[in-house]
Ligand binder design. Structure first.
Ligand code: BES
Ligand code: ZN
Ligand code: ZN
Length: 488
């Protein structure tokens, strides 16, 4: 595992030292015209105000480093200020190759933030900003600079260390998910996702795997999964990972993900522009795999189930057609209006399966509808839920992790939009409220278990840079919210 030490003294010479300054500290220091943290030069140039996103370079021999960098934290300080500032600082050294970097842990924190969580946020920001997917490129990757934190208060050391450790795990899990999403569909086939799941199991992992291949899925009458997969040359799999904590868990939590390895739309073929990023349609499963990769190290006290139906949505002579009627695993029949509304079909059977383990809470993560992107834009996920209590906890966890999630309603009046003339349900509503009708469709398959649906069609894949620590491509959305939630 990555090691980021915490120093109590600055003995070694480093290439770069980074100090974080908020606007108030800078203003106060400017009034006094002196500060232990800010060299006089900075005032002379009067270029550092401590604004969020601001980064100022300074050479200062007294600092025992070749160069110094000052990064702004802004004025009203939240965890996100520290995450952002660390990321901005990390990005500032991209054109420059530092071998060793020291981050000054801020000596005063706002009262409502703990040392541990600030250290975690900074570590996350730094590591997530350094993420780069270059597996398919011949250009040589810049070596990661060796990072350490410096604390002035000795008693803070343990807490900073704990925060760093969590930050590393959160970032690693997120990067794990990003890699899977960024890998082209040709290399993340349903079989490849099964292999990824298998690699998480084994001795001492506390994770076991139940796998259902096509034959078993037929026996289980998983009509939704089989219908979507039938046009593809890649056979589908239902993957069920189980993590068990060392001590007997008080609660069982099921995480279900959409795992369409490529969504061409099927016979209801997508136009090419919409298809370009559809390797990301398995982001829900990628998030679950990322989460599972660190459950043990984080000592999560719950029994966690990770469930996804890996399959590909392709047009072919054997593909499902509009007008076909599919019998789902729970016996419900569905009239296919468009084969491009495939996610809810595979997810519905996955939810039916998940309900069989009688979870205390059912959470699904899916890239289900373009309509949610119309509603909330690219960076904000939607949440629809049947449980007020858990929902509040989950939204809190999302807030702390810096992931943007906004609630939409499960509007009962739209239920009739899913009525079919020939089957129990249609697989789409009308042209309005698509994120809502998709969720209402799923609700038919969760029985009465407390359920949270996270619709992340927008934020799962960044077509532009979202944040200093969220570069283009797969974002690993949901990993940090879920981990925060499982830890709280
Ligand atoms: N995978 C797509 C949703 C999607 C869109 C994800 C944009 C990421 C970015 C989903 O399977 C789909 O095609 N949904 C259709 C539903 C419609 C046919 C009711 C959509 O949103 O157009
Ligand atoms: Zn689709
Ligand atoms: Zn899809």
């Amino acid at each position: 595992m990555l090691n980021i030490p915490v120093l109590e003294e600055l003995r070694t010479k480093t290439d770069l030292r980074i100090t974080f300054l908020d606007e108030t500290t800078v203003r106060r220091a400017l009034q006094k015209k002196q500060s232990s943290e800010i060299p006089a030069d900075l005032f002379r140039f009067e270029c550092m105000e401590g604004k969020q996103g601001q980064c100022v370079w300074e050479d200062h021999p007294a600092l025992r480093s070749h160069r110094a960098l000052y990064a702004g934290l802004g004025s009203s300080l939240t965890l996100e200020s520290y995450r952002q500032a660390a990321a901005v600082a990390r990005n500032a050294l991209k054109p420059w190759s530092a071998r060793s970097v020291i981050l000054d842990f801020p000596s005063t924190l706002p009262k409502n933030l703990s040392t541990t969580e600030v250290a975690q946020a900074m570590t996350e920001g730094w590591l997530l900003a350094s993420y780069c997917f270059d597996r398919y490129q011949k250009k040589i990757k810049q070596k990661e600079p060796h990072l350490s934190f410096f604390v002035k208060e000795k008693r803070e050391k343990r807490q900073v260390e704990r925060g760093i450790k969590q930050g590393i795990l959160f970032a690693q899990a997120t990067s794990f998910a990003r890699d899977l999403v960024n890998t082209p569909a040709m290399h993340t086939t349903p079989k490849d996702l099964v292999l990824a799941a298998q690699e998480l199991t084994g001795k001492g992992s506390q994770i076991s795997l139940k796998l259902f291949d096509e034959t078993k899925l037929k026996r289980m009458k998983a009509g939704g999964i089989l219908a979507i997969a039938q046009g593809s040359m890649h056979a589908p799999f239902l993957v069920h990972l189980v993590y068990k904590p060392v001590r007997k868990a008080a609660k069982k939590i099921a995480l279900v993900g959409k795992a369409v390895t490529f969504d061409s739309g099927g016979l209801s073929l997508k136009p090419w522009e919409a298809m370009v990023t559809m390797k990301s349609d398995m982001a829900g499963a990628a998030t679950i795999l990322g989460i599972f990769s660190v459950l043990k190290e984080l000592n999560i006290p719950y029994e966690v189930h990770g469930i996804f139906a890996a399959c590909e949505n392709m047009p072919s002579g054997s593909a499902i057609r509009p007008g076909d009627i599919v019998k789902m695993m729970n016996g419900t029949t569905v009239e296919i209006i468009t084969t491009d509304a495939e996610g809810r079909m595979t997810l519905a059977d996955s939810l039916t399966y998940a309900a069989k383990i009688a979870p205390d809470l059912l959470i699904d993560l899916a890239t289900l509808t373009g309509a949610s992107v119309v509603a909330l834009g690219e960076e904000v996920a939607a949440l629809l839920s049947t449980t007020n209590r858990w929902k509040r906890h989950f939204l809190n966890a999302a807030e702390e992790s810096g992931e943007k999630i906004w609630e939409l309603p499960l509007e009962k009046n739209y239920e009739k939009l899913l009525e079919s003339d020939v089957a129990d349900l249609r697989n789409i509503g009308n042209k309005y409220g698509g994120a809502l009708t998709a969720s209402l469709f799923l609700q038919h398959f969760v029985e009465n278990y407390p359920w949270i649906h996270v619709e992340m069609a927008g934020p799962a894949f960044a077509e532009k840079v979202f944040e200093p620590y969220i570069p283009k491509g797969g974002t690993g959305f949901g990993v940090r919210s879920c981990l925060h939630f499982l830890l709280s």
